[in-house]
Design a protein around this ligand. Sequence first.
Ligand SMILES: [Zn+2]
Length: 101
Amino acid sequence: MYLIDHIDELISTELADLDDPKSKRLYDIVIKNIIHGPCGHFNPACVCMVEGKCSKEFPKAFSTQTDTNIDGYPRYMRRNNGRHFIKEVNVTDQNNIKSKI
Ligand SMILES: [Zn+2]
């Protein structure tokens, strides 16, 4: 069995299901500490931006399965399951940026 067969057992890039009461704490931790951005056209001054693009390649594309890119780095399963939240960041005193993630 290859490493890629075990990735989904250890890592998830999908938001937890809020309909599952056991997932609420995990959901809160993820949206507070782990979500990237906003960057791109929402926030071109974000530290991840290089030559007008996110250097970390966010937002990641949806994918029904985990695989690897040409360099062997994982591209995690990220199904389009409708789960999202709105992240708000004050970039300046005048702009309040909202990004749907
Ligand atoms: Zn970024």
